[in-house]
Design a protein around this ligand. Structure first.
Ligand SMILES: Cc1cc2nc3c(=O)[nH]c(=O)nc-3n(C[C@H](O)[C@H](O)[C@H](O)COP(=O)(O)OP(=O)(O)OC[C@H]3O[C@@H](n4cnc5c(N)ncnc54)[C@H](O)[C@@H]3O)c2cc1C
Length: 462
Protein backbone atom coordinates (compact mmCIF):
# COMPACT_ATOMS: atom_id res chain seq x y z
CA UNK A 1 0.00 0.00 0.00
CA UNK A 2 1.21 3.52 -0.86
CA UNK A 3 1.83 5.83 2.07
CA UNK A 4 -0.68 8.70 2.03
CA UNK A 5 1.30 11.73 3.18
CA UNK A 6 -1.09 14.53 2.17
CA UNK A 7 -4.81 14.74 1.38
CA UNK A 8 -6.02 16.20 -1.92
CA UNK A 9 -8.32 19.24 -1.80
CA UNK A 10 -11.26 16.93 -2.60
CA UNK A 11 -10.37 14.66 0.33
CA UNK A 12 -9.97 17.61 2.72
CA UNK A 13 -13.32 19.03 1.70
CA UNK A 14 -15.09 15.64 2.04
CA UNK A 15 -13.65 14.95 5.51
CA UNK A 16 -14.35 18.53 6.65
CA UNK A 17 -18.02 18.05 5.84
CA UNK A 18 -18.32 15.01 8.10
CA UNK A 19 -17.61 16.75 11.44
CA UNK A 20 -17.73 20.25 12.95
CA UNK A 21 -14.88 22.53 11.82
CA UNK A 22 -12.76 22.12 14.97
CA UNK A 23 -12.83 18.34 14.71
CA UNK A 24 -10.78 17.79 11.57
CA UNK A 25 -7.24 19.08 11.15
CA UNK A 26 -4.44 18.90 8.63
CA UNK A 27 -2.27 21.19 10.77
CA UNK A 28 1.36 20.13 11.10
CA UNK A 29 1.46 20.22 14.91
CA UNK A 30 -1.63 18.01 15.27
CA UNK A 31 -0.19 15.57 12.77
CA UNK A 32 3.17 15.46 14.60
CA UNK A 33 1.39 14.91 17.93
CA UNK A 34 -0.03 11.69 16.47
CA UNK A 35 3.25 10.36 15.15
CA UNK A 36 4.53 8.35 18.10
CA UNK A 37 3.59 6.74 21.41
CA UNK A 38 6.15 6.14 24.18
CA UNK A 39 8.14 3.64 22.10
CA UNK A 40 11.07 4.25 19.74
CA UNK A 41 8.78 3.32 16.81
CA UNK A 42 8.17 6.32 14.59
CA UNK A 43 5.52 6.05 11.92
CA UNK A 44 4.71 8.01 8.83
CA UNK A 45 3.22 11.48 9.30
CA UNK A 46 -0.59 11.22 8.97
CA UNK A 47 -2.25 13.45 6.39
CA UNK A 48 -4.91 14.55 8.88
CA UNK A 49 -6.59 13.94 12.23
CA UNK A 50 -10.32 13.59 12.84
CA UNK A 51 -12.11 13.62 16.22
CA UNK A 52 -15.55 11.91 15.94
CA UNK A 53 -18.11 12.13 18.76
CA UNK A 54 -20.80 9.61 17.73
CA UNK A 55 -21.01 6.10 16.31
CA UNK A 56 -22.82 7.55 13.27
CA UNK A 57 -19.92 9.89 12.55
CA UNK A 58 -17.41 7.02 12.84
CA UNK A 59 -19.56 4.92 10.48
CA UNK A 60 -19.79 7.76 7.94
CA UNK A 61 -16.04 8.36 8.06
CA UNK A 62 -15.11 4.67 7.70
CA UNK A 63 -17.54 4.26 4.84
CA UNK A 64 -15.91 7.19 3.01
CA UNK A 65 -12.30 6.15 3.80
CA UNK A 66 -13.01 2.64 2.50
CA UNK A 67 -14.45 3.95 -0.75
CA UNK A 68 -11.46 6.25 -1.15
CA UNK A 69 -8.69 3.82 -0.10
CA UNK A 70 -7.58 5.93 2.85
CA UNK A 71 -5.71 4.10 5.66
CA UNK A 72 -7.17 4.80 9.12
CA UNK A 73 -5.37 4.47 12.45
CA UNK A 74 -7.39 4.71 15.69
CA UNK A 75 -5.84 6.69 18.54
CA UNK A 76 -6.76 6.65 22.24
CA UNK A 77 -4.47 8.37 24.76
CA UNK A 78 -1.29 7.43 22.84
CA UNK A 79 0.36 5.67 25.83
CA UNK A 80 1.20 2.39 24.06
CA UNK A 81 4.69 0.91 24.20
CA UNK A 82 4.93 -0.90 20.84
CA UNK A 83 3.85 1.70 18.28
CA UNK A 84 0.27 0.34 18.44
CA UNK A 85 -1.48 3.67 17.57
CA UNK A 86 1.32 4.99 15.34
CA UNK A 87 0.24 5.46 11.70
CA UNK A 88 2.55 3.49 9.41
CA UNK A 89 0.95 4.49 6.09
CA UNK A 90 0.04 8.11 6.79
CA UNK A 91 -3.64 8.60 5.94
CA UNK A 92 -6.19 9.50 8.61
CA UNK A 93 -5.75 9.20 12.37
CA UNK A 94 -9.10 8.81 14.12
CA UNK A 95 -8.58 10.28 17.58
CA UNK A 96 -11.29 8.86 19.88
CA UNK A 97 -10.59 11.05 22.89
CA UNK A 98 -13.60 13.36 22.43
CA UNK A 99 -15.99 10.39 22.51
CA UNK A 100 -15.69 10.56 26.27
CA UNK A 101 -19.16 10.15 27.74
CA UNK A 102 -19.97 7.78 30.57
CA UNK A 103 -23.42 6.83 29.26
CA UNK A 104 -24.68 4.98 32.34
CA UNK A 105 -23.46 3.50 35.59
CA UNK A 106 -25.79 0.70 36.68
CA UNK A 107 -24.72 -0.22 40.24
CA UNK A 108 -27.28 -3.00 40.66
CA UNK A 109 -25.88 -4.77 37.58
CA UNK A 110 -22.27 -3.86 38.51
CA UNK A 111 -21.89 -2.45 35.00
CA UNK A 112 -21.14 0.79 33.15
CA UNK A 113 -21.81 1.79 29.54
CA UNK A 114 -19.08 4.05 28.18
CA UNK A 115 -17.73 5.65 25.05
CA UNK A 116 -14.14 4.68 24.17
CA UNK A 117 -12.52 8.05 24.89
CA UNK A 118 -13.39 7.89 28.62
CA UNK A 119 -10.16 7.85 30.63
CA UNK A 120 -9.66 5.07 33.16
CA UNK A 121 -9.16 7.40 36.15
CA UNK A 122 -12.27 9.43 35.35
CA UNK A 123 -14.33 6.24 35.07
CA UNK A 124 -13.08 5.15 38.49
CA UNK A 125 -13.79 8.59 39.99
CA UNK A 126 -17.43 8.29 38.85
CA UNK A 127 -17.97 4.60 39.68
CA UNK A 128 -16.25 5.18 43.07
CA UNK A 129 -19.32 7.19 44.18
CA UNK A 130 -21.20 3.89 44.02
CA UNK A 131 -18.49 1.94 45.86
CA UNK A 132 -17.44 0.29 42.58
CA UNK A 133 -14.36 0.28 40.36
CA UNK A 134 -13.02 -0.92 37.00
CA UNK A 135 -9.91 -2.85 38.11
CA UNK A 136 -7.56 -3.14 35.06
CA UNK A 137 -4.83 -0.60 35.76
CA UNK A 138 -2.00 -0.07 33.28
CA UNK A 139 -0.56 2.74 35.38
CA UNK A 140 -0.96 5.29 32.61
CA UNK A 141 -4.27 7.19 32.41
CA UNK A 142 -5.25 5.28 29.29
CA UNK A 143 -8.53 5.50 27.39
CA UNK A 144 -11.02 2.65 27.70
CA UNK A 145 -10.89 2.15 23.89
CA UNK A 146 -7.09 1.84 23.96
CA UNK A 147 -7.25 -0.55 26.92
CA UNK A 148 -9.81 -2.72 25.13
CA UNK A 149 -7.79 -2.70 21.91
CA UNK A 150 -4.57 -3.69 23.74
CA UNK A 151 -6.25 -5.92 26.35
CA UNK A 152 -4.37 -3.90 28.95
CA UNK A 153 -3.73 -5.12 32.46
CA UNK A 154 -1.50 -4.17 35.37
CA UNK A 155 -0.48 -4.62 38.98
CA UNK A 156 -3.86 -5.95 40.18
CA UNK A 157 -4.48 -8.37 37.32
CA UNK A 158 -3.31 -11.25 39.48
CA UNK A 159 -6.51 -10.93 41.55
CA UNK A 160 -8.94 -9.05 39.34
CA UNK A 161 -8.05 -10.07 35.77
CA UNK A 162 -7.26 -8.12 32.58
CA UNK A 163 -9.44 -5.78 30.49
CA UNK A 164 -10.67 -8.81 28.52
CA UNK A 165 -12.41 -10.08 31.68
CA UNK A 166 -14.40 -6.86 32.03
CA UNK A 167 -15.77 -6.25 28.52
CA UNK A 168 -19.30 -7.62 28.18
CA UNK A 169 -20.62 -5.90 25.10
CA UNK A 170 -19.19 -3.79 22.30
CA UNK A 171 -20.43 -1.56 19.51
CA UNK A 172 -17.88 -1.75 16.71
CA UNK A 173 -17.74 0.06 13.37
CA UNK A 174 -16.13 -2.22 10.80
CA UNK A 175 -13.92 -1.05 7.95
CA UNK A 176 -16.44 0.10 5.32
CA UNK A 177 -18.76 1.62 7.94
CA UNK A 178 -21.03 -1.27 9.01
CA UNK A 179 -22.03 -1.05 12.70
CA UNK A 180 -22.22 -4.28 14.71
CA UNK A 181 -23.01 -5.12 18.34
CA UNK A 182 -21.28 -8.02 20.07
CA UNK A 183 -21.93 -9.77 23.39
CA UNK A 184 -24.71 -9.01 25.90
CA UNK A 185 -25.28 -7.64 29.39
CA UNK A 186 -25.96 -11.02 31.01
CA UNK A 187 -23.25 -12.46 33.24
CA UNK A 188 -23.05 -15.62 31.19
CA UNK A 189 -23.78 -16.64 27.63
CA UNK A 190 -22.97 -19.67 25.45
CA UNK A 191 -24.34 -18.06 22.35
CA UNK A 192 -22.19 -18.46 19.24
CA UNK A 193 -18.65 -17.29 18.57
CA UNK A 194 -17.27 -14.86 21.14
CA UNK A 195 -16.79 -11.84 18.89
CA UNK A 196 -16.32 -9.51 21.86
CA UNK A 197 -13.14 -11.33 22.73
CA UNK A 198 -12.02 -11.27 19.11
CA UNK A 199 -12.15 -7.47 19.14
CA UNK A 200 -10.53 -7.15 22.58
CA UNK A 201 -6.78 -7.17 21.91
CA UNK A 202 -7.16 -6.63 18.15
CA UNK A 203 -5.33 -3.27 18.40
CA UNK A 204 -7.75 -1.42 16.14
CA UNK A 205 -6.93 -3.66 13.17
CA UNK A 206 -10.49 -5.00 12.80
CA UNK A 207 -12.62 -1.92 13.45
CA UNK A 208 -13.29 0.93 15.83
CA UNK A 209 -15.02 0.36 19.18
CA UNK A 210 -17.50 3.17 19.79
CA UNK A 211 -19.29 1.91 22.89
CA UNK A 212 -18.59 -0.69 25.58
CA UNK A 213 -20.46 -2.24 28.47
CA UNK A 214 -17.96 -2.92 31.23
CA UNK A 215 -18.18 -5.08 34.30
CA UNK A 216 -17.40 -3.32 37.60
CA UNK A 217 -16.50 -4.72 40.99
CA UNK A 218 -16.77 -3.56 44.61
CA UNK A 219 -13.97 -1.45 46.06
CA UNK A 220 -12.32 -3.62 48.73
CA UNK A 221 -13.02 -2.44 52.28
CA UNK A 222 -9.49 -3.05 53.55
CA UNK A 223 -6.05 -3.36 52.00
CA UNK A 224 -2.68 -4.18 53.41
CA UNK A 225 0.61 -3.46 51.67
CA UNK A 226 3.75 -5.46 52.40
CA UNK A 227 7.36 -5.15 51.23
CA UNK A 228 9.60 -8.22 51.42
CA UNK A 229 13.34 -8.29 50.77
CA UNK A 230 15.57 -11.19 49.71
CA UNK A 231 19.29 -11.92 49.29
CA UNK A 232 18.95 -12.42 45.54
CA UNK A 233 16.42 -12.17 42.70
CA UNK A 234 16.37 -15.94 42.46
CA UNK A 235 14.90 -16.49 45.94
CA UNK A 236 12.53 -13.53 45.51
CA UNK A 237 11.09 -15.11 42.38
CA UNK A 238 10.91 -18.54 44.09
CA UNK A 239 8.77 -16.89 46.79
CA UNK A 240 6.41 -15.61 44.07
CA UNK A 241 5.49 -19.15 43.01
CA UNK A 242 5.06 -20.17 46.67
CA UNK A 243 2.79 -17.19 47.47
CA UNK A 244 0.64 -17.84 44.43
CA UNK A 245 0.40 -21.56 45.23
CA UNK A 246 -0.56 -20.82 48.85
CA UNK A 247 -4.04 -19.60 47.94
CA UNK A 248 -3.48 -16.31 49.78
CA UNK A 249 -4.67 -14.46 46.67
CA UNK A 250 -2.52 -11.35 46.70
CA UNK A 251 -4.11 -8.39 44.90
CA UNK A 252 -0.68 -7.30 43.64
CA UNK A 253 2.70 -9.03 43.62
CA UNK A 254 5.53 -7.10 42.01
CA UNK A 255 9.21 -8.00 41.76
CA UNK A 256 11.81 -5.22 41.83
CA UNK A 257 15.63 -5.34 41.58
CA UNK A 258 17.95 -3.25 43.84
CA UNK A 259 19.12 -1.09 40.94
CA UNK A 260 15.55 0.09 40.24
CA UNK A 261 14.76 0.59 43.94
CA UNK A 262 17.88 2.74 44.13
CA UNK A 263 16.54 4.98 41.33
CA UNK A 264 13.13 5.16 43.05
CA UNK A 265 14.69 6.07 46.41
CA UNK A 266 16.78 8.81 44.81
CA UNK A 267 13.91 10.27 42.85
CA UNK A 268 11.10 9.93 45.39
CA UNK A 269 12.89 9.96 48.77
CA UNK A 270 11.42 6.58 49.63
CA UNK A 271 14.03 5.06 51.92
CA UNK A 272 13.32 1.52 50.72
CA UNK A 273 15.84 -1.21 51.38
CA UNK A 274 17.94 -1.65 48.21
CA UNK A 275 17.69 -5.43 47.97
CA UNK A 276 15.74 -7.72 45.60
CA UNK A 277 12.17 -7.09 46.74
CA UNK A 278 8.54 -8.04 46.39
CA UNK A 279 5.88 -5.35 46.73
CA UNK A 280 2.71 -7.12 47.69
CA UNK A 281 -0.85 -6.14 48.58
CA UNK A 282 -3.79 -8.05 50.01
CA UNK A 283 -7.45 -7.03 49.92
CA UNK A 284 -10.04 -8.29 52.37
CA UNK A 285 -13.26 -7.61 54.21
CA UNK A 286 -11.78 -7.27 57.72
CA UNK A 287 -8.46 -6.04 59.12
CA UNK A 288 -8.20 -9.14 61.28
CA UNK A 289 -8.44 -11.49 58.28
CA UNK A 290 -5.80 -9.42 56.48
CA UNK A 291 -3.45 -9.63 59.44
CA UNK A 292 -3.79 -13.43 59.41
CA UNK A 293 -2.99 -13.44 55.70
CA UNK A 294 0.08 -11.27 56.24
CA UNK A 295 1.34 -13.55 59.05
CA UNK A 296 1.12 -16.59 56.80
CA UNK A 297 2.76 -14.71 53.91
CA UNK A 298 5.66 -13.78 56.24
CA UNK A 299 6.13 -17.42 57.25
CA UNK A 300 6.17 -18.59 53.61
CA UNK A 301 8.59 -15.87 52.53
CA UNK A 302 10.96 -16.60 55.42
CA UNK A 303 11.04 -20.23 54.33
CA UNK A 304 12.15 -18.94 50.90
CA UNK A 305 14.97 -16.96 52.51
CA UNK A 306 13.39 -13.51 52.99
CA UNK A 307 15.74 -11.12 54.79
CA UNK A 308 13.03 -8.60 55.73
CA UNK A 309 9.23 -8.36 55.86
CA UNK A 310 7.51 -5.04 56.45
CA UNK A 311 3.73 -4.88 56.83
CA UNK A 312 1.40 -2.35 58.47
CA UNK A 313 2.50 0.30 55.97
CA UNK A 314 0.65 3.61 56.56
CA UNK A 315 -1.89 4.65 53.89
CA UNK A 316 0.23 7.61 52.75
CA UNK A 317 3.34 5.44 52.38
CA UNK A 318 1.29 2.75 50.63
CA UNK A 319 0.14 5.27 48.03
CA UNK A 320 3.73 6.51 47.55
CA UNK A 321 4.96 2.95 47.13
CA UNK A 322 2.47 2.13 44.39
CA UNK A 323 2.91 5.51 42.73
CA UNK A 324 6.65 4.87 42.56
CA UNK A 325 6.02 1.40 41.10
CA UNK A 326 3.60 2.78 38.53
CA UNK A 327 6.15 5.41 37.51
CA UNK A 328 9.02 2.91 37.21
CA UNK A 329 9.28 3.42 33.45
CA UNK A 330 9.36 7.22 33.74
CA UNK A 331 11.97 6.94 36.52
CA UNK A 332 14.19 4.77 34.31
CA UNK A 333 13.68 7.15 31.41
CA UNK A 334 14.67 10.16 33.49
CA UNK A 335 17.80 8.31 34.70
CA UNK A 336 18.87 7.92 31.05
CA UNK A 337 18.12 11.28 29.45
CA UNK A 338 18.08 11.40 25.64
CA UNK A 339 17.86 7.58 25.48
CA UNK A 340 14.95 5.50 24.20
CA UNK A 341 13.73 2.34 25.92
CA UNK A 342 12.89 -1.09 24.62
CA UNK A 343 10.44 -2.87 26.91
CA UNK A 344 10.46 -6.67 27.06
CA UNK A 345 6.96 -7.89 28.08
CA UNK A 346 7.04 -11.69 28.11
CA UNK A 347 4.77 -13.79 30.32
CA UNK A 348 5.42 -17.41 31.30
CA UNK A 349 3.84 -20.12 33.48
CA UNK A 350 4.43 -19.15 37.09
CA UNK A 351 6.61 -22.21 37.85
CA UNK A 352 9.10 -21.06 35.17
CA UNK A 353 9.22 -17.43 36.36
CA UNK A 354 12.35 -17.82 38.53
CA UNK A 355 14.43 -19.22 35.66
CA UNK A 356 13.20 -16.45 33.32
CA UNK A 357 14.27 -13.83 35.84
CA UNK A 358 17.73 -15.33 36.23
CA UNK A 359 18.10 -15.85 32.46
CA UNK A 360 17.11 -12.24 31.70
CA UNK A 361 19.33 -10.72 34.39
CA UNK A 362 22.29 -12.79 33.13
CA UNK A 363 21.74 -11.48 29.58
CA UNK A 364 21.62 -7.89 30.82
CA UNK A 365 24.90 -8.42 32.69
CA UNK A 366 26.58 -10.35 29.87
CA UNK A 367 25.70 -7.80 27.17
CA UNK A 368 26.58 -4.80 29.40
CA UNK A 369 23.37 -2.85 28.75
CA UNK A 370 21.42 -0.49 31.03
CA UNK A 371 18.64 -3.00 31.69
CA UNK A 372 16.16 -3.27 34.56
CA UNK A 373 14.51 -6.65 35.21
CA UNK A 374 11.21 -6.40 37.07
CA UNK A 375 7.56 -7.23 36.54
CA UNK A 376 4.07 -8.23 37.51
CA UNK A 377 5.52 -11.35 39.09
CA UNK A 378 2.20 -12.77 40.24
CA UNK A 379 1.09 -13.07 36.60
CA UNK A 380 4.41 -14.51 35.43
CA UNK A 381 4.79 -11.25 33.47
CA UNK A 382 8.36 -10.05 33.16
CA UNK A 383 9.56 -6.66 31.97
CA UNK A 384 13.11 -5.79 31.06
CA UNK A 385 13.34 -2.08 30.34
CA UNK A 386 16.57 -1.45 28.43
CA UNK A 387 17.76 2.09 27.76
CA UNK A 388 19.87 2.87 24.71
CA UNK A 389 20.31 5.00 21.63
CA UNK A 390 18.54 3.64 18.52
CA UNK A 391 20.94 5.69 16.36
CA UNK A 392 23.86 3.72 17.77
CA UNK A 393 23.25 0.74 15.50
CA UNK A 394 25.64 -1.62 17.32
CA UNK A 395 24.21 -0.91 20.76
CA UNK A 396 20.60 -1.12 19.59
CA UNK A 397 21.29 -4.45 17.82
CA UNK A 398 22.59 -5.80 21.15
CA UNK A 399 19.41 -4.62 22.88
CA UNK A 400 17.18 -6.14 20.18
CA UNK A 401 19.13 -9.37 20.49
CA UNK A 402 18.44 -9.56 24.23
CA UNK A 403 14.72 -9.04 23.52
CA UNK A 404 14.85 -11.78 20.90
CA UNK A 405 16.57 -14.29 23.20
CA UNK A 406 14.15 -13.63 26.06
CA UNK A 407 11.09 -13.97 23.80
CA UNK A 408 12.44 -17.20 22.29
CA UNK A 409 12.92 -18.69 25.73
CA UNK A 410 9.50 -17.54 26.95
CA UNK A 411 7.76 -19.09 23.93
CA UNK A 412 9.80 -22.28 24.25
CA UNK A 413 8.56 -22.81 27.82
CA UNK A 414 4.92 -22.15 26.95
CA UNK A 415 4.70 -18.38 27.36
CA UNK A 416 4.00 -15.37 25.17
CA UNK A 417 5.98 -12.48 23.67
CA UNK A 418 3.58 -9.97 25.23
CA UNK A 419 1.67 -10.26 28.47
CA UNK A 420 -0.04 -6.89 28.24
CA UNK A 421 1.42 -4.32 25.82
CA UNK A 422 0.26 -5.91 22.57
CA UNK A 423 2.10 -6.57 19.31
CA UNK A 424 1.98 -3.14 17.65
CA UNK A 425 4.95 -2.69 15.33
CA UNK A 426 7.67 -3.95 17.66
CA UNK A 427 6.59 -7.54 18.28
CA UNK A 428 5.25 -8.51 14.83
CA UNK A 429 8.41 -10.50 14.15
CA UNK A 430 7.49 -12.92 16.98
CA UNK A 431 3.93 -13.72 15.85
CA UNK A 432 4.81 -16.67 13.61
CA UNK A 433 7.16 -18.11 16.22
CA UNK A 434 4.52 -17.91 18.95
CA UNK A 435 1.40 -18.90 17.02
CA UNK A 436 2.52 -21.18 14.18
CA UNK A 437 -0.48 -22.08 11.99
CA UNK A 438 -2.85 -19.99 14.11
CA UNK A 439 -0.99 -16.95 12.85
CA UNK A 440 -2.31 -17.70 9.33
CA UNK A 441 -5.85 -18.10 10.64
CA UNK A 442 -5.52 -14.69 12.31
CA UNK A 443 -4.38 -13.26 8.97
CA UNK A 444 -7.42 -14.84 7.26
CA UNK A 445 -9.75 -13.26 9.84
CA UNK A 446 -8.10 -9.88 9.28
CA UNK A 447 -8.49 -10.24 5.49
CA UNK A 448 -12.14 -11.25 5.85
CA UNK A 449 -13.05 -8.21 7.96
CA UNK A 450 -10.68 -5.73 6.31
CA UNK A 451 -10.06 -6.99 2.73
CA UNK A 452 -8.36 -3.76 1.68
CA UNK A 453 -6.03 -3.77 4.70
CA UNK A 454 -6.87 -0.18 5.59
CA UNK A 455 -7.54 -0.52 9.36
CA UNK A 456 -4.44 0.31 11.38
CA UNK A 457 -2.12 -1.13 8.72
CA UNK A 458 1.35 -2.36 9.67
CA UNK A 459 0.29 -3.69 13.08
CA UNK A 460 0.23 -7.27 14.42
CA UNK A 461 1.10 -8.71 10.95
CA UNK A 462 4.41 -8.34 9.09
C1 LIG B 1 4.23 4.60 32.16
C2 LIG B 1 3.43 3.56 31.44
C3 LIG B 1 3.16 2.36 32.08
C4 LIG B 1 2.39 1.38 31.43
N1 LIG B 1 2.13 0.23 32.10
C5 LIG B 1 1.29 -0.67 31.53
C6 LIG B 1 0.88 -1.83 32.26
O1 LIG B 1 1.26 -2.05 33.40
N2 LIG B 1 0.02 -2.68 31.65
C7 LIG B 1 -0.45 -2.45 30.38
O2 LIG B 1 -1.27 -3.23 29.90
N3 LIG B 1 -0.05 -1.39 29.67
C8 LIG B 1 0.79 -0.49 30.21
N4 LIG B 1 1.15 0.62 29.50
C9 LIG B 1 0.76 0.74 28.08
C10 LIG B 1 -0.55 1.49 27.79
O3 LIG B 1 -0.89 2.39 28.82
C11 LIG B 1 -1.73 0.54 27.55
O4 LIG B 1 -1.45 -0.34 26.49
C12 LIG B 1 -3.05 1.27 27.23
O5 LIG B 1 -4.06 0.32 27.10
C13 LIG B 1 -3.03 2.12 25.98
O6 LIG B 1 -4.21 2.89 25.98
P1 LIG B 1 -4.30 4.27 25.18
O7 LIG B 1 -5.61 4.89 25.47
O8 LIG B 1 -3.12 5.10 25.44
O9 LIG B 1 -4.33 3.74 23.70
P2 LIG B 1 -3.41 4.09 22.46
O10 LIG B 1 -1.99 3.88 22.82
O11 LIG B 1 -3.78 5.41 21.91
O12 LIG B 1 -3.89 2.97 21.44
C14 LIG B 1 -3.72 1.62 21.75
C15 LIG B 1 -4.29 0.76 20.62
O13 LIG B 1 -5.69 0.89 20.63
C16 LIG B 1 -6.19 1.27 19.33
N5 LIG B 1 -7.41 2.02 19.64
C17 LIG B 1 -7.54 3.12 20.41
N6 LIG B 1 -8.84 3.44 20.53
C18 LIG B 1 -9.55 2.52 19.83
C19 LIG B 1 -10.94 2.29 19.58
N7 LIG B 1 -11.88 3.08 20.09
N8 LIG B 1 -11.29 1.24 18.81
C20 LIG B 1 -10.35 0.40 18.29
N9 LIG B 1 -9.03 0.58 18.50
C21 LIG B 1 -8.63 1.61 19.27
C22 LIG B 1 -5.03 2.00 18.71
O14 LIG B 1 -5.08 1.97 17.31
C23 LIG B 1 -3.86 1.19 19.23
O15 LIG B 1 -3.69 0.04 18.44
C24 LIG B 1 1.91 1.62 30.11
C25 LIG B 1 2.19 2.83 29.49
C26 LIG B 1 2.93 3.80 30.13
C27 LIG B 1 3.18 5.11 29.45
Amino acid sequence: MMTMKEFSLFQISSLSEMVEPDRFSTGQSNRELHLHDISPHYGSLPAGIIWPVTTEEVAGILSWTYQNDVPVTPWGAGTSTEGNPVPTQGGLVMDMIRMNKILAIRPRDLQADVQPGVLRKELNRQTGRHGLFFPPDPGADASIGGMIANNASGVQTIKYGATRDYVMKLTVVLPGGKVIHTGCKAHKSSSGYDLTRLFVGSEGTLGIATEATLKLTGIPSHHLAVTITFKNLDSASEAVAVLIGSGLEPAALELLPPVLINLMNREKNLNLSEEPSLFCEFHGVTRKALQGTADLARELCEECGATGFKSGIEEKDRRELWRARHEAWETIHRAHPKMETLIVDVAVPISRYPEMIVYSQNLVDEFHVAGYVFGHAGDGNLHVVIAGDPDDKKEWARIENINHLIVEKAVEIGGTCTGEHGIGIGKRKFMQLEHGDSYHLMRDIKDLIDPKGLMNPGKIFL
